[in-house]
Design a protein around this ligand. Structure first.
Ligand SMILES: [Zn+2]
Length: 205
């Protein structure tokens, strides 16, 4: 089943020069968040494509309550329920420290290093895997931008936490989606293991 990160859907639309992509680009070029009336149809268009007939996984969407309600309503009209909602819970200050602690290996982007995570701490100021030189990404050090994104995520009235609650309320009323809650304080491998175990325990229709 295809998996979509919201950023990848943006990039696909922008590179193909779709109308929505052009509109989205104007915002991302200014470093601003793309508004819902562009984001929502872009995601829904993607879910209509051929490869989505057997299911899909969305990462980073819905980001707020409005997107969650629209996603659910559009799917319901087609007789589709969201099967599973996965929440990786992490305290806000920890999430910020992890972003700011991220270090990029100049030899290989896939060498994880983080000065604020014990499991993947760099070796001094060098990459813990290859000993290569490390740098920070500008985005990761932009506290104002992080605070703005987290302001949306941790907003329990309109933001991502509100969207999660919306799905939990649906579950209380009608039994779906299955809610999978994960403790994000653990390392990537532990969280992945917990996720796979919990998904394995679900019995889906
Ligand atoms: Zn490295």
């Amino acid at each position: 089943r295809p998996e979509f990160a919201l950023g990848a859907i943006f990039r696909e639309n922008i590179s193909k020069g779709t109308e929505l992509g052009e509109k989205a680009k104007a915002y991302t070029d200014r470093g601003e968040l793309v508004p819902d009336d562009i984001t929502i149809p872009m995601v829904l268009n993607r879910l209509r494509e051929e490869d989505c007939t057997n299911g899909w996984l969305l990462d980073g969407f819905p980001r707020n309550i409005r997107q969650a309600v629209m996603l659910n309503e559009v799917l319901a009209r087609k007789g589709i329920d969201v099967d599973i909602c996965i929440e990786i819970a992490l305290e806000r200050e920890t999430a910020k420290r992890r972003i700011m602690g991220r270090r990029i290996c100049l030899n290989d982007n896939n060498h994880p290093n983080n000065v604020n995570m014990e499991a993947i701490k760099p070796n001094g100021d060098r990459c813990r895997i290859c000993g290569g030189e490390l740098k920070t990404r500008d985005d990761d050090q932009d506290e104002a931008a992080i605070d703005q994104r987290h302001g949306i995520y941790y907003d329990t009235k309109n933001g991502t936490l509100a969207a999660i609650q919306y799905f939990k309320d649906l579950t209380d009323r009608r039994g779906t989606p299955a809610i999978v809650e994960l403790d994000g304080r653990a390392g990537v491998e532990e969280v992945t293991g917990e996720l796979i175990e919990k998904l394995g325990n679900l019995s889906l229709k």
